[in-house]
Write a protein that binds this ligand. Structure first.
Ligand SMILES: [Fe+2]
Length: 197
């Protein structure tokens, strides 16, 4: 089985720590400060609404399991991209999209360190018995001088991941907190630009 770049980088980091035992620490290159592969693109899907409000709280009083999504937008040289637009949308816990308003939709601009933070709800799954989408978030990301990235994010340990043909392990968020009714997830987007965007 092919190893992912992330796995290889982790293995390299392990070698770096183990290096002095074998006297080869100087020979090993340093690992980069981020996974520098551009984030893979995925389809937009049929439920995108343009001109979303600029805000970080998307829940609009909806009840459900809160999901905080935070992370950074980076270049392929791991430089933070300030003023990048991050536009997020998802369905609710029942798998329904708000296609007439802006519930669970919104965008924000990254700060000077390339950071963003959304407060939304854990999305449910939707579809039918022959094809059911695993829980996911939709997102569009664009730096001031980068191409537009449209993609989707997925969650670890979801039973439907293995049956969803769009699912990609390269687009998995990482949970830093999973309390009842509150999950905190992180994901860093890498855009195909070397300099600051
Ligand atoms: Fe979707």
């Amino acid at each position: 089985m092919l190893k992912s770049r992330r796995t290889i980088l982790r293995a390299s980091a392990g070698l770096l720590i183990a290096g002095p035992m074998f006297g080869n620490r100087q020979a090993l290159a340093q690992t980069p400060a981020c996974d520098d592969s551009p984030t893979p693109r995925q389809i937009e899907g049929p439920f995108y609404t343009p001109q979303t409000p600029r805000r970080s709280k998307l829940v609009d009083g909806l009840q459900g399991e809160t999901l905080v999504l935070e992370g950074r937008v980076l270049s392929t040289t791991c430089q933070p991209l300030a003023n990048a637009i991050v536009d997020l949308w998802s369905c609710d816990a029942a798998g329904e999209y708000d296609n007439s308003g802006f519930k669970l939709r919104g965008h924000q601009l990254t700060d000077a360190k390339g950071r963003f933070r959304f407060e939304t709800l854990m999305p449910g799954s939707y579809g039918n018995s022959s094809f059911r989408r695993t829980p996911h978030l939709h997102v569009k990301v664009q730096g001031p001088s980068t191409p537009l990235l449209t993609t989707q994010l997925y969650f670890p340990n979801e039973p439907l991941n293995a049956r969803d043909s769009f699912y990609s392990p390269a687009l998995l968020v990482k949970f830093s907190q999973t309390k009842p009714l509150l999950k905190v997830a992180t994901f860093d987007f890498v855009l195909p630009v070397q300099a600051k965007g």
